[in-house]
Every structure is written in C-alpha cells, then in structure tokens.
Design a protein around this ligand. Sequence first.
Ligand code: FAD
Length: 447
Amino acid sequence: SPSRSSVIIVGAGISGIAAAKVLAENGVEDLVILEASDRVGGRICKESFGGVTVELGAGWIAGVGGQQPNPIWELAAQFELRTCFSDYSNARYNIYDRSGNIIPSEIAADSYKKAVDSAIQKLRNQEEEEEEAYGDDHCNNNIKNSETKLPSTPETPIELAIDFILHDFEMAEVEPISTYVDFGEREFLVADERGYDYLLYKMAEEFLFTSEGRILDNRLKLNKVVRELQYSKSGVTVKTEDGFVYEANYVILSVSIGVLQSDLLAFNPTLPRWKLDAIEKCDVMVYTKIFLKFPYKFWPSGPDKEFFIYAHERRGYYTFWQHMENAYPGSNMLVVTLTNEESKRVEAQADEETLREAMAVLRDMFGPNIPNAIDILVPRWWNNRFQRGSYSNYPIISNHKLFHNIKAPVGRIFFTGEHTSERFNGYVHGGYLAGEALIFQVCIANG
Ligand code: FAD
C-alpha cells in the first residue's frame, strides 16, 4: 500500500513552493509535491528565444515603491535578480494610427482622460446598482454618486485602444488596485538570464535537496498529473495519470482556477455546491505575450518609447507593443500582447499566420520597408491543460463571499493559488502570499 505523508501539495508554482517552504520551516517535512509538468514555476516560465531569456508567463514585479514591501521584490533584491523599471505613462503618447501617424499628444491625453472618467462613471453606476440589489453587504462601496450618468462607449480606433489598455491591463487610474495601493505604483520587468523562476529555485534551496542548480529532492515529483482526489474524514488519496497512488493527511491544491473549471480533476465525493458555484463564477483572463525577433531594429528606442500602441478598429487587435531594448539592448526584439478572444484566436492558428498578421500591423505603423521577423514565439496558456488561462479575474465589484468560498477548505483539501488571494489575485505576490498563509489553516486543522 502507498506510504502516507502529512501533506501532499498539488502544483509546484509559486504558491505551492511557498506553502511547502513554510510547512517545512514549521517542522512538517514529510510532504510530497506533485507537479504535472516537467519543471517548477507554473506560470512563471522562461524560454530561451532569439539569444536571450524571455518570460512567457509573469514578466513584472508589480507593486514596488510604496509603504509596504512587496515580498517578491524583497526576494528579488535578496537574490539579485536583474530587473528594469517600466514606465507605462508614456504609452499614451506613442499611439499610432493605421497610416503610421502618431496621434498628437493633446488629442491622446484628452482621449485618455475621457476614457478614465467614463470608466470611473461606469464603476460608480455598477456600484449603485449592486447597492440597490444587495444592500451594504459587499466591499468597494465607498464611492457615492447622486446622479447616474451614462458612460460613453469607446468607438473610434483610438478610443478602443485606450479602453483596451485601461481595462485589459488594469491601469490603476480607474479603481484602487490593492497591489498598487499597498506596495506602490512602480513595476519592474524581470530581465535576468536565469529567469524569474530563479526565485523559486532559491526558495526551494532552503528546504529541498538541490545540487548544481537543480532540485533533486525526491519529495518533489515532476510529471505527476493528478487526476483524482478521494477524501474522507481520515485522509486523502490522490491518483495520478500514470497510475500511482499517494496518501496523506491533507492535500493543498494549488492548481489554477482554469484547471478547477476544467475536468482534469475528479473529486470523490464531488465538491459541494457552494464550492462549485464559486469556481464557476470566477473569470479566467487569457494574456499572451508574443515575441518577435528581427534582424535589426527599426522602431524608435529610448525609455519613453518602450511601450507603444496600435489603434485599429478591432478592439485588442495587436494593440499593445513593447520593445526589448531597455531590458536586453541589441536583442532586436518586440513583444506584442493579446488578451482573451484574440489570445484564443492566435492560439488556434499556425504561428506563421500570426507572424503575417503582426507584420502587417508593424508595416501600418512603420512603413512597408521594414524587415520581416526572423522568429516568433507564441505561448499557449489557454490550450495548456495544466493552466487553461493566464490568471483569475474577479468581477470589479465582487462579493466578499465569493473569495471566501473559493478559498475555503473542503474536508481535508485546502485551496491555494493566486486566485485565493483576496487582495492580490492575478499576481505572483498573490500566489506567494496565499501559499504562505496556508500554514495557519493547516495548523488549525491539525490541532
Ligand atoms: P501556477 O503557477 O499555475 O502553479 C500551479 C501548478 O500546478 C502549475 O505548475 C501546474 O503545472 C500544476 N498543475 C496543474 N494541474 C495539475 C495537476 N492536475 N496535477 C499536478 N499539478 C498540476 N503576475 C505578476 O505578478 N506580474 C506579471 O507581470 C504577470 N504576468 C503574467 C503574464 C502571463 C502570460 C501569465 C500566464 C501570468 C502572469 N502573471 C503575472 C500571474 C502570475 O504568473 C500568477 O499569478 C502566478 O504565477 C500563479 O502562481 P500559482 O502558484 O497560483 O499557480
């Protein structure tokens, strides 16, 4: 019969590793980490491309420079991760129309202000509706407004482009985002050849056996796809796709909300209704960074030109661009970010087609004579069955109960992951803090 450990952690992303580390620090060392893929890191994932290390998943340490220290920023400082400051504020002055003209700065600034005002208005209206519907029983209802005005709907390419960056990129002007409120408004791009996941490795070094940059501890089991969790009052039995069975007193489940929504995991008995409802209600955001390598640089460089925007009549169509000259000088690389439906669309087509589309957009902006990209990298977070999306996206005005239920344990199964962080969901530090905080739940359960 399988040997029984105290705790099984499913998933070796930032939250799973953080949970394991705190458990080990508190004397729970007979733990097993089951990871479906062949590496640690999950949505922190580097790849070598065009001569440099690029981050297919999390790229920034978001929330730096404020009153409280961001734990990920502290780790990055401790382990001397190479980062560079990202200044998004200039992006709105680098908006190109389809004829390659840069929108004059007064017009851009004006459109930006209008979009922010309209978004704030929309939020207020929603809050009032919620208040009428539910009374005072939800958070975020501190903005009061006496008259309900209709927010304007973005229609022109420039309005659509601004709407896209405001909403799909969570610009802090519209709503108070806890990450920026607590940790500060600055963001730093990780540009380190060792990768963002170097931080996870350094964390693992403190409690797992490692040698020459590799984790060799047999409590970490890679390529173990959990398919079934059978739980009772006395313990949990976990079955993996390759037919192995593991037993433990408790399980910590760190898989993404997208995985929980999919049918990868079977629970026996099935999860209670309140849990299934909460999982169903949480939206999954798809966010795709497409990397393009060129024989030489043809775009304007300089820190104030790092981010630029393409205004097209289709919302989110190759809208948001970044050059990599600040991060990796001489890399001749651009990154374009797509989200949601556009992400799913390009995931489903051949990369050559995506390359053609991106080149047509670049020729709109920079003219017909620019060189073709010599390589392209298209991550597929949506079609990855161990991810099913990029991060959780709670409704802006969300019910406190939803978080509570997403996070709440079911019998001997605990839930962690970025989606269980009420203040910081969607971020690396959210995953980290959620994993770290689990020790309390486990200790209480353990008596
Ligand atoms: P994960 O990293 O997903 O870890 C869960 C692990 O569980 C994975 O390793 C997975 O393989 C494993 N798993 C899944 N199913 C099973 C199974 N059945 N059996 C065993 N193992 C399983 N955050 C930021 O702070 N800054 C950013 O700039 C940023 N940008 C992002 C860009 C992209 C494209 C993406 C995808 C994410 C980004 N994020 C960013 C979000 C951040 O990456 C996540 O919030 C965080 O890494 C999630 O960590 P986690 O431990 O909760 O989940």
